[in-house]
Design a protein around this ligand. Structure first.
Ligand SMILES: Nc1ncnc2c1ncn2[C@@H]1O[C@H](COP(=O)(O)OP(=O)(O)O)[C@@H](O)[C@H]1O
Ligand SMILES: [Mg+2]
Length: 262
């Protein structure tokens, strides 16, 4: 199937620093792909490069002609003193009708918040409004950079269920950045583990068992990892890479995660 966005051997620099190197990436229509990685590992930079907001130092990014992207950036500062209602916010930058606006709010589970000041919403409501705004462009791909930042566990789980529902209803592909490892694992078709380069990638099952992933997340965040294993009844504790698992042959990715042991 033709990719919506692809990258080949993509490198991005910020000044002298190489932030990303040698990244290959593809996302197909309807796929949910999640990028995970430590702080500063280049997740936001990758997203921005795929959208065309960052210049590639080397390599190439291509997007399907006329691709419509609904993008929710990681940070969106709204001045608390700004008297901006949800309804007006939904018409920025493109004006939408009242009917379209309310339909989007209904779809994202926050009907009726239109007249409310945007700065008065709870964290979960605000994320849903951001999603509603991204959906109003009728995207072929939704790109969400840490959309559940600041939400609690139930709020995060509910948000991912909503994303899955939106994917089913609209057929849009979803590219997400997340720190919510265990929920991400359950909600993604494919996971990319990033640390300046792609450490490992594949189905959630493959990635969770990959030594590169475990080196990045398995030790430092035992709680989240343990929870994931618990939820999915995994048994990879001592056997990563020794394959009774038919997915395993793909787990050993040619990239090493040199950044972590330097
Ligand atoms: N505009 C910028 N100018 C200089 N350095 C940047 C800029 N944006 C990000 N960086 C650096 O690039 C690295 C990756 O950042 P980022 O992509 O935001 O990581 P992540 O989203 O994974 O936390 C970090 O070291 C960060 O400090
Ligand atoms: Mg980021």
């Amino acid at each position: 199937m033709t990719s919506l966005i692809s990258a080949r051997d993509l490198s991005v620099r910020h000044g002298e620093a190489a932030v990303l190197s040698g990244v290959d990436f593809d996302i197909s229509p309807g796929e949910i792909v999640t990028v995970i990685g430590p702080n500063g590992s280049g997740k936001t930079t990758l997203i921005r490069a795929l959208i065309g907001l960052e210049r590639a130092a080397t390599g190439r990014v291509s997007r399907a002609p006329g691709l419509v992207i609904g993008y929710v950036p990681q940070r969106l500062f709204i001045d608390a003193s700004l008297p901006l209602t949800v309804r007006r916010f939904l018409s920025l930058p493109h004006r939408v009708s009242d009917t379209e606006a309310e339909a989007a709010l209904i779809r994202t589970g926050v009907p009726g918040v239109g007249p409310r000041p945007i700065t008065g919403l709870s964290g979960g409501q605000f994320q849903r409004v951001l999603l509603a705004r991204a959906l109003l462009v009728k995207p072929q791909i939704l790109i969400l950079d840490e959309p559940t930042q600041g939400l609690d566990q139930p709020g995060t789980a509910a948000f991912y269920r909503l994303i899955e529902q939106v994917r089913q209803e609209t057929g849009a592909a979803v590219l997400m950045v997340s720190h919510d490892l265990h929920v991400v694992m359950a909600a993604s078709d494919r996971v990319i583990c990033l640390n300046g380069h792609i450490c490992c990638a594949g189905t959630p099952r493959v990635v969770s068992a990959a030594p590169e992933y475990r080196a990045l997340f398995g030790l430092g965040t035992g709680g989240a990892f343990a929870l994931y294993r618990h939820m999915h009844d995994h048994d990879h504790e001592h056997d990563a890479g020794h394959g009774h698992d038919p997915d395993h042959p793909h787990a050993a990715h040619p990239h090493s995660c040199a950044g972590t042991d330097a």
